[in-house]
Design a protein around this ligand. Structure first.
Ligand code: PEP
Length: 257
């Protein structure tokens, strides 16, 4: 983390878990644990049907509600999809774009991710853009090449003044939901490389202001070590964000640094 130049953001990704009733219960439990002082930014990305309940439940708490996906068109005949304006209207602040589960299971390409990033930014949302390599790609030695391609494609055409509103989440696919965490060194190496890629595109001043998260089995036991690295500015947390106590332990680890 480097709080001098950029925000530390701890974001939960509930995936397809929790009903609206359960979201409200989580919010009540989590708010009761919130520290009074020293704050990193906290975001909870909930299923779209939970958004209204979550926004209501987190009102006045400084916890922002995020979505897990959006469609890039403004409106029209796209059955089942949700637009950026619809999310904004509900009070959503962040939206995850290009999660590896969406890339793998729902055919999201780099070009689609780029369109979604633009749609989010145009509507006033902050995209959390996920990038990351598979185990095969890591073992083949193409991690950095792939990450550079994903970052450059996702940000293609994004104006310099909007880059600060983008969060990049480095999520090695082999570490998501597997209990296998990247070591601090492995995560920091790629997060540093992502910053260097942004530096080459937008210059040093902008690159140092971008929040770059690590995601992949982050939990209360490993959070402090991961967040201790200069280029890791927070976490995108799946499994451990479903439990108010565990998620707060990660927030507390970020607040310690
Ligand atoms: C994720 O899905 O973004 C994630 C990091 O999941 P987990 O923390 O469960 O590995």
């Amino acid at each position: 983390m480097n709080r001098r130049y950029r925000k530390t953001i701890i974001a939960g990704n509930w995936k397809m878990n929790k009903t609206a009733t359960e979201a409200k219960k989580f919010a009540d439990d989590f708010k009761a644990l919130l520290p009074k002082t020293k704050w990193c930014d906290v975001v909870v990305c909930v299923p779209s049907v939970d958004i209204s309940a979550a926004v209501r439940a987190f009102k006045d708490s400084r916890v922002a509600v995020g979505a897990q996906n959006l469609f890039y068109e403004d409106h029209g005949a796209y059955t089942g999809e949700v637009s950026a304006a619809m999310l904004c209207d509900l009070g959503v602040k962040y939206v995850i774009v290009g999660h590896s589960e969406r890339r793998a299971m729902f055919g999201e390409t780099d070009a689609i991710v780029n369109k979604k990033v633009h749609a989010a930014l145009n509507a006033g949302l902050n995209p959390i853009i996920c990038v990351g390599e598979s185990l095969d790609q890591r073992e083949m030695g193409v991690t950095m090449e792939l990450i550079a391609l994903q970052v450059k494609s996702a940000l293609a055409g994004v104006a310099a003044e909007n880059i600060r509103r983008c969060v990049i989440a480095y999520e090695p696919i082999w570490a998501i939901g597997t209990g296998k965490t990247a070591t601090g060194e492995q995560a920091a190496e790629v997060c540093g490389f992502i910053r260097a890629t942004i530096r080459a595109m937008y210059g040093a001043r902008i690159a140092r202001s971008v929040t770059i998260q690590y995601g992949g089995s982050m939990n209360p036991a490993n959070a402090a070590e991961l967040l201790g690295h200069e280029d890791i500015d927070g976490g995108l947390i799946g499994g451990a964000s479903l439990d108010a106590g565990k998620f707060m332990d990660i927030v507390n680890a970020a607040n310690q640094g």
